[in-house]
Design a protein around this ligand. Sequence first.
Ligand code: SF4
Ligand code: SF4
Length: 146
Amino acid sequence: MADPGRTGDECGQCGLCCKVFGDRITPTVMNLYSWHEQGRKDILCHFSACLENGTRINAADLEPGQMGDIVVVELRDPVTGALPPVCPFLRRVERTRYICSIHAVKPDMCCNYMPWIYGETYFPRCSVLRDREKRSPWSGLSSQDP
Ligand code: SF4
Ligand code: SF4
């Protein structure tokens, strides 16, 4: 989810980007280290790490010395091991308002997410992006306009 105020754009907290992409979030090894140092097993336990030797381990059970051997980290249900349908950290706080329950320590990829930037993270369903496009001086022009 975008970070309200960080770029001057106000995230509407509709939660849509987290619902659509949140099942694929991947923390960096530094995110894992940081959560480990902060004792955030409540976050770590939602991730499964695949190591160079082919073993798979719940991230909450990783030793710091194993973090350099991580090949892939992915979200997994801590009880069933299944891929979750949606990010487990997304919380609905009002009928149409959602927050990230780990906002202060969320993965780098979520901190850097900007749906209004053309490219990989561009998300045309984002209301911030739609409002931006409405304010754009080009918004009324069709492809026929000179
Ligand atoms: S960790 Fe937070 S910001 Fe990232 S997808 Fe989940 S709810 Fe959204
Ligand atoms: S889709 Fe846009 S408005 Fe909705 S939570 Fe994501 S960044 Fe915020």
